[in-house]
Each structure stands twice: as C-alpha cells, then as structure tokens.
Design a protein around this ligand. Structure first.
Ligand code: SF4
Length: 402
C-alpha cells in the first residue's frame, strides 16, 4: 500500500478530524477538576519539595501528563461533547492510565474488543465515531475504519507522526528502518506499519548483535529466529542491512536511542567509509521533548539522598518503566505502582518489577525520618500523584502516633 498517499487522502476526507471541535474552553474546566491537584501545585511552587512530620517528598521537576497526552484526553472529551448520541469507539487505551481509561468508559467511549490478540472491528458501523489514541494506530486499522465510513478522530501525538514521517523517508530512500522500541507496543506497531523494510531492536545489546552481523556476518537462521516478531515480512539480514535509518518509539530511554544511533553510524562508517556513509546511514532526531525532560528530571532527582522512590504510571506505560529503570540502576528501592490502591499498608505495597511481574514487598516504608522521591509517567494525572502522597503522609502519621 502507498501509505503516504493513503494518509494524505484520509486527511482530506470529511470524516477525518485531528484538530478538535472548538469545545476546548468547555472541556478545560472539566479536565481541571478531574485530573489537576492543588497539592501538587503547592509542591511545585515550593521548589518541588514538601515536608510533613517525618516525611519529605521530593518531586521530579518534570513529571506527569505531557502535552501530547493532555491534548489527546481533551480531544476525547470534546468528541463526546460534539457527538452526544453517536456510538464512540476507541481503538486502544487513549493513554496508558487506568483512571483516565475508566473515565472513558463512564462516558461510554467503548474499546474495540480484542479476540485472540486480534481487534474485532465488526462491532463498528458506518457513522460510528472512532478515536485513535495518542500513540496512534496502524495504517491498516485506519484503512478499515475509513472504508467502513466511520468518523475518525485522530489524537495521534505530533511527535509520533514525526517518527512516521521519518520511516516514510527511509522507505523512499530504500533504507531499512531500525526502530528502537518494543515490537508489541502499539506505537511501534503503528510506526512499523508505515515503514517499508524494518527491524525492531529493544536495547543496545540487540543493536550490537545486528551491528556485529553487518560487519562480520553470522548465523542467518539464528538472526531470523531472534527477530522473528520484530522485522518486516521476508526480511533478509544479508540483503536488507546495507542501508539503514534510525527511528524510535518516542518513550524509550533517550540515552539508549542515541547510543544505538551512534553505534550504527560507526558501524556503517567502518564498513563503507566516510565518503559513502550517507548512502548507508540516515538519522533524524525524533526523541520526544517530554520524554527527554522527564528522564532528565529523574536523573537529577536520583542524585538526592532518597530513602526510596515511588514511580507512578500505568503498568503498560513504556515511559514509566523507563523512569523506574533509572531508579533501579541507581540501586534506590523503587516501587512502580499504577494507583494509590497498590499501597496496601505501611508494611505492604504491590508493585510492578521491570520484568513485568507484580509482587508485594513488605516493610517498604522505613521508620523515622524519610525522604521519598516521586515521579510519574507522561500519562498520569496529577490527581493520582496527590492520592499517593497523601497516603504516604497518612501512613507515616499513623505509625508516629502509635
Ligand atoms: S510522551 Fe511525547 S510522544 Fe508520547 S504523547 Fe507525550 S509528547 Fe507525545
């Protein structure tokens, strides 16, 4: 499919909207009351620190809702206002946050059902409204919805669209897109649907394996097994790694994306020499500012003398997991939770480990005076962060009284 031509024709269709419906002012106060927090504003005003009793909270200087997420949520609220009686669907969680998704369901914005890992679009009728989430949707999904005659409200973050434009450029120049991301993540699924040939590498280690194959060859079968779910159809490592371009899932660790870009630049330079480099390597900066700011703020926060960290965000939120990874690498006891309900008591907290496993840790809240670092992923409302801080204050106050 000519994805660029399809996207262009979709954007000119009267059934397509990516700018909202002019109800921004009306939904702004609703969003403010549902997701903003006075306490968090106070903490921001006090240089991101607050102390109550034995607890000092240190907030990261950039955390929580990014503008891409705010924009997507506001557009979803506007869509409900604009189409009060129509059936409204969303192709996936609007963002990776349970409380926001719960609100979507309360507003009768339904998720497309999934059967055996496949979305069942048969439930959608012509004239229904379908919202595409902040991290986008695959070109095939857009095509199905367009052919059905649905009204499409596209909240895809412009930073994600920028990556799609990058892989389109790779395709045009016959470069294979090397995408730093998770092959199952919806954003990477969408990005790869716009690419021509592509290979998804999860981390620097996988990238080094590929770079080594480019320079020295290797076991083709092993390569194909290793990347079986992470490459385009009929990918051939002996043919398709002669010209490569770098792209990324916008929420991966920025430092790692940069290292991967540099690794392939060095690799192609070594193999083809500086004069030929541009014929074999392309790179554009597609790291999202919001992801970068949150990671930089976390790197600053972990310099403080923290007794523990609480990282708040959806369990399938990639950018939250990256923040948690920074704390773990610094050997700070760190708990990734998605809501205040995970804090069972001062002795027990249920949290997600980097492996994805949910575990309960005991004695997580040290006695006496403590400093707790707090941050949250780009899809976490301030209200959720406030609930967690209030709970920590309450538990420590109760222990102090006993
Ligand atoms: S994290 Fe970045 S790319 Fe993702 S929605 Fe927010 S602004 Fe957009």
């Amino acid at each position: 499919m000519d994805t660029k031509a399809f996207k262009r024709s979709l954007q000119h269709s009267e059934n397509y909207n990516r700018k909202g419906f002019g109800h921004q002012a009306e939904v702004a106060s609703q969003l403010q009351s549902e997701y903003q927090s006075n306490l968090i504003q106070q903490i921001r005003d006090r240089n991101y620190t607050i102390t109550k009793g034995d607890v000092t909270i240190r907030l990261a200087q950039a955390f929580g809702f990014c503008w891409g997420v705010e924009r997507a949520v506001a557009m979803a609220y506007e869509t409900r206002q604009h189409f009060p009686t129509e059936r409204i669907w969303i192709t996936n969680e609007i963002i990776h946050n349970p409380s926001v998704n719960q609100r979507m369901q309360e507003m009768e914005v339904k998720f497309i059902p999934v059967e055996n890992n496949q979305k069942d679009f048969s439930v959608v009728d012509s004239g229904d409204v379908v919202i595409l989430p902040a991290f986008g949707a695959s070109v095939q999904e857009m095509q199905i919805l367009h052919n059905k005659g649905c009204k499409i409200v596209d909240t895809t973050c412009p930073w994600v669209s920028k990556v799609w434009n990058t892989v389109e450029k790779h395709k045009k120049g016959d470069y294979t897109s090397i995408i730093h991301g998770k092959y199952k993540h919806e954003e990477t699924v969408a990005t790869s649907s716009f690419a021509g040939k592509y290979l998804i590498v999860f981390n620097l280690q996988e990238a080094e394996y590929v770079a080594n194959y480019i320079l020295h060859g290797g076991n083709r079968e092993e390569f194909l097994v290793k990347f079986a779910k992470a490459c385009s159809a009929e990918f051939d490592p002996d043919q398709d790694l002669e010209r490569v371009g770098i792209a990324n899932q916008t929420t991966m660790l920025k430092g790692e994306t940069e290292q991967i870009g540099k690794l392939f630049e060095r690799t192609m330079m070594q193999k083809y020499g500086p004069v030929e480099l541009n014929q074999h390597f392309q790179s554009f900066n597609t790291i999202c500012d919001a992801t970068q700011e949150r990671q930089d703020a976390m790197l600053e926060l972990v310099q403080d003398n923290l007794d523990l960290m609480v990282v708040i965000g959806g369990f399938n939120s990639s950018n939250t997991t990256q923040l948690q990874q920074i704390a773990i690498e610094r050997k700070i006891p760190s708990y990734h939770i998605d809501s205040v309900e995970r804090i069972h008591s001062e002795d027990a907290i249920q949290h997600r480990q980097l492996s994805g496993e949910l575990v309960i840790s005991e004695n997580w809240l040290p006695q006496g005076k403590i400093t707790v670092g707090i941050t949250s992923g780009a899809s976490t409302p301030d209200k959720v962060v406030e609930d967690v801080i209030e709970k920590i204050f309450l538990l420590k106050a109760t222990v102090a009284v006993v």
